[in-house]
Design a protein around this ligand. Structure first.
Ligand SMILES: Nc1ncnc2c1ncn2[C@@H]1O[C@H](COP(=O)(O)OP(=O)(O)OP(=O)(O)O)[C@@H](O)[C@H]1O
Ligand SMILES: [Mg+2]
Length: 406
């Protein structure tokens, strides 16, 4: 029976701060918003489920809201995976056809990619994506799609995104328990790129950093291909807990103070401003200077961007990011982050929110929704690619070179 909801797609992001579900409709003129739901996350931290029952309740809540808002039942979805357990590795492999050139078909491409992916992985790691960077035909590189071309040797360079198998399976289990089947998983920054990066940026060389609550994730594109991916174990919640300890105030108050008065650059905060800070227990609240808040936040922001800088340098990619750095995710909203990133990384930095979907409510046009909206774009591209070729590995392969809006 043809599914009456076939033209709809659902994406789920189980974050450390919020669990978000979005339903979009695939139309001839592009993606259209149908509905969404979100719930405060309970039981998930840094991309890892720490309390399954609580996580299931949060997911159920967000799913029910999205069902009401879209007016459809949600049974299948694409799930986002992120966190500091993500690792990216580059690999290379190829096949010889003997002395005579032959036409390259899907099977030859599959075999070359299989060779490139057969690297030893620790038993607890699972491949999340296999992203071709370039095909090399008889030593001529830079080829994106070798199908139908002639060569005696076919090689491929790939970027392999791996995830902790346990961490990924636990998020899938939590969503399954909430009554939703997972059709596909996606590394969140890869999907997020669809919503915030231009094709030019991906060609020129760019690092997209998604600053979440529990951790941050990054992805580097160059010449349209993924060169690097990683997780960084600092997110917005570290800033909140620094304030909570530093000011001796409850976490919920620290979170409010961070959002209302926070800045990661001390010198950007005017001298003399005083704000009221609640104390713990029954002690009276105190007045402190707004600069004192920035004094607590600044070292954490510098640490975060120094980790990013070291990660990019270690991967040998700092020079490749000619287009600079793009920051998104909820924690990118903290004032001063742009300045600190430019000062530490010495590259042009841009703060990015998501490209809106047709009919989308304006409250979703914020950086913390860039990932969920990008996941919808990724889902649409995935559907198109799946219509072109059916095998699961080749679908993901094709996707990587498909330009935005393809
Ligand atoms: N206006 C703001 N100013 C400062 N920080 C903010 C602001 N809005 C949100 N944040 C911070 O952003 C973080 C939440 O971001 P986001 O919603 O992207 O996280 P998440 O996706 O739930 O978590 P993760 O990606 O780590 O799993 C929180 O730490 C929150 O304090
Ligand atoms: Mg997130």
């Amino acid at each position: 029976m043809a599914n009456q909801y076939e033209h709809l797609l659902t994406v789920i992001d189980v974050g450390s701060a919020k669990t978000c579900v979005l339903v979009a409709e695939i139309t001839d003129s592009g993606l259209r918003y149908r509905g969404h739901g979100f719930a405060e996350s309970r039981g998930s931290r840094k991309g890892v489920i720490v309390d399954l029952d609580k996580a299931v309740v949060s997911i159920q809540k967000a799913v029910e809201q999205a069902e009401d808002s879209a007016g459809v039942p949600i049974e299948h979805a694409i799930l986002g995976i992120a966190g500091s357990h993500i690792r990216g590795v580059n690999s290379h492999g190829g096949i010889n056809f003997g002395t005579r050139a032959r036409e390259i078909g899907r099977e030859e491409i599959r075999q070359a990619v299989e060779k490139a992916r057969s690297i030893p992985l620790p038993p607890d790691r699972e491949i999340l994506h296999l992203l071709p960077q370039e095909f090399i035909l008889d030593e001529h590189g830079g080829i994106h799609d070798p199908l139908g071309m002639m060569a005696a040797r076919l090689e491929v360079r790939v970027h392999i995104v791996t995830s902790s198998a346990g961490a990924m399976q636990n998020v899938i289990t939590a969503v399954n328990r909430a009554g939703v089947h997972i059709d596909d998983t996606v590394f969140e920054p890869l999907a997020c790129a669809d919503s915030v990066l231009s094709s030019d940026e991906r060609d020129l060389g760019i690092c997209l950093v998604e600053l979440g609550a529990g951790s941050s994730s990054l992805i580097v594109f160059h010449e349209g291909a993924v060169m690097h991916s990683a997780g960084i174990p600092i997110g917005g919640d570290h800033f909140t807990s620094d304030l909570s300890f530093g000011l001796c105030t409850p976490a919920a108050d620290a979170e409010k103070i961070k959002k209302l008065y926070g800045n990661t650059v001390v010198t950007l905060v005017p001298e003399g401003n005083e704000i009221e800070v609640p104390s713990v227990g029954d002690r009276p609240s105190r007045l402190i200077s707004q600069r004192q808040i920035a004094e607590i936040l600044e070292p954490r922001a510098r640490e975060l961007f120094e980790m990013l800088r070291d990660n990019l340098r270690h991967a040998g990619l700092m020079e490749m990011c000619v287009g600079g750095i793009v920051l998104t995710g909820g924690a990118s909203r903290l004032p001063g982050m742009w300045d600190t990133a430019e000062s530490v990384l010495r590259r042009p930095v841009r703060l990015a929110g998501p490209a809106p979907l047709a009919k989308m409510p304006s409250n979703l046009a914020e950086p913390e929704f860039a990932t969920i909206l990008g996941m919808a774009c990724y889902g649409q591209r995935s559907r198109i690619a799946r219509g072109l070729q059916d095998a699961r590995w080749s679908t993901k392969l094709k996707l990587m070179f498909a330009k935005k809006g393809a």
